[in-house]
Write a protein that binds this ligand. Structure first.
Ligand code: ADP
Length: 461
């Protein structure tokens, strides 16, 4: 069971991984690309601003006979160029030899060179990264360079805001996509779960075709193949059942004849050695009769379809089952104690099979309990409608290691006292299953066995 659970889990996980890994990878890729493009756009926007600043400074040149003079920037203009004080803005004006004509003294800025002149660049000024722009201006007094630069605070803040405004919706989208994938995969796997439930709800060999509404086309072929398999298995199973039932039925007459003759023989005057032979014959014929009857009963139970739909009174079943066993208990000096409710206790079971169930448990209890012991039969009704049958005895009990095996066909606990067929508890288990009940085997409080059968609430009453 745990194995099948594991497989279900791995199938769902595999599907989700197949869908989620590409989704997360694509989302990450699109975020990285979008972020890169935003950086390019934002940089070109700020760069054009920087270029405008250089042009504005160039407009303040005054070229004359004495050379070039540049009007200094007012604090208001510097404030404007520095994006409202968020960045440090600086500029300088150089002649073609690289001498500073005006502006700030920033030795970190590279001296422009006419041959290797470039417009924009990055450099470190006072340990801060700075974006700068160099513009060559031709004046009547010769070429002049204007260099403007700014720190990157404003760009970084803007880029961070834009990045977050891309990232947050993307993360939200991925979360929503995960939820919808989870529910999609769960819905997609639902037909498989229905198939699992349908197959597991079959309490006994049931080879009827599986019918699940709204099956996806991929599963139709699987169900068709399963149904074909069920059909051929069902035919084989039926043939086998018929063979067992026929064989048991055919054996019944000669076996009954053997038992009748054996009983007749046992009543005759016999020598001690003949008596021993007849006792052995009697034991074997009793066992044979029990085995043939048990096989026939098992075949009948297996031939009945699905769970029991009839209603039977458990107290009546206990009364009917005990009638035939009272004498046996008396012969072995076993005290039978019954504790029944005053009103009927209806359960969902075939009435004949219910008598067999009680009879097998009671017969075992009497058979395996040593003389002068006691056997209890309780029928109790719980407040929540559950009805329990408990059969306890003062016998040897069943060792822990055999508690599952005793319900298998033909299993007998090694060294079991009395002769038996090994079918009694297998029949009990079959009837418990068709009655939708549960059986529990434990030790009685002061030694002995305790069988508890809990019937579900009777739905049709
Ligand atoms: P059997 O015909 O041998 O009684 P069952 O299927 O009824 O076959 O029981 C299987 C085995 O379980 C028995 O052989 C016996 O050893 C053990 N058993 C069943 N009922 C009891 C009980 N009340 N006390 C002790 N042992 C029991």
């Amino acid at each position: 069971m745990s194995n099948s659970k594991l497989k279900n889990k791995s199938m769902r996980t595999t599907l989700l991984l197949w869908l989620l890994i590409p989704l997360v990878a694509l989302t990450t890729l699109s975020t990285v690309i979008a972020n890169h493009m935003v950086q390019v756009f934002a940089n070109s926007f700020f760069d054009s601003f920087l270029l405008n600043s250089a042009d504005s400074i160039a407009a303040r040149f005054c070229a004359g006979k004495d050379g070039i003079s540049v009007a200094s920037l007012s604090p208001e203009s510097t404030f404007l160029f520095s994006h409202g004080g968020q960045d440090r803005f600086f500029y300088r004006v150089l002649d073609k030899q690289g001498r500073r004509l005006s502006g700030d003294d920033i030795p970190e800025l590279p001296v422009p060179n006419l041959s290797t002149w470039h417009k924009f660049g990055y450099t470190n000024v006072h340990r801060s990264l700075v974006r700068f722009c160099t513009v060559l201006v031709e004046t009547s007094a010769g070429p002049v360079f204007v260099q403007v630069g700014e720190t990157l605070n404003n760009r970084t803040i803007l880029l961070r805001h834009i990045f977050l405004s891309i990232l947050i919706p993307q993360v939200g989208l991925v979360c929503l996509a995960c939820l919808s994938l989870w529910s999609g995969v769960s819905n997609g796997l639902r037909p498989l779960q229905s198939l699992n439930v349908t197959l597991r709800s079959r309490v006994k060999p049931n080879f009827l075709p599986i019918e699940i509404p709204e099956v996806p086309s991929e599963l139709v072929a699987v169900i068709a193949a399963l149904n074909e398999l069920f059909d051929s298995l069902g035919n084989q199973f039926r043939l086998q059942q018929e063979f067992i039932a026929n064989a048991a039925h055919q054996l019944r007459t000669p076996v009954t004849a053997v038992q009748t003759y054996t009983e007749h023989l046992a009543r005759l005057e016999l020598t001690a050695s003949h008596r021993a032979v007849v006792d052995g014959l009697s034991l074997a014929s009793n066992r044979l009769t029990a085995m043939v009857n048990g096989l026939l009963l098992l075949a009948q139970i297996e031939a009945s379809p699905g769970s029991a739909t009839e209603i039977a009174d458990l107290t009546t079943a206990v009364a009917e089952a005990s009638v035939g066993l009272l004498q046996r208990a008396k012969d072995r000096h076993i005290e039978l104690i019954f504790d029944m409710p005053v009103t009927s206790a209806y359960v969902q079971s075939n009435p004949f099979q219910l008598v067999q169930l009680v009879s097998n448990l009671l017969e075992n209890a009497i058979k395996y309990t040593p003389e002068n012991g006691s056997v209890w039969v309780f029928v109790s009704k719980d407040f929540d409608g559950l009805i329990s049958l408990i059969v306890e005895d003062t016998g040897p009990g069943i060792p822990l290691e055999y508690r599952d095996s005793v319900f298998q066909r033909f299993f007998r606990v090694p060294g079991a006292a009395d002769a038996g067929s090994g079918l009694g508890l297998a029949i009990v288990k079959e009837i418990v299953t068709t009655s939708n009940a549960q059986i529990q085997l434990s030790d009685r409080f002061r030694g002995g066995s305790s069988f508890r059968i809990t019937f579900n609430k009777c739905v049709t009453l």
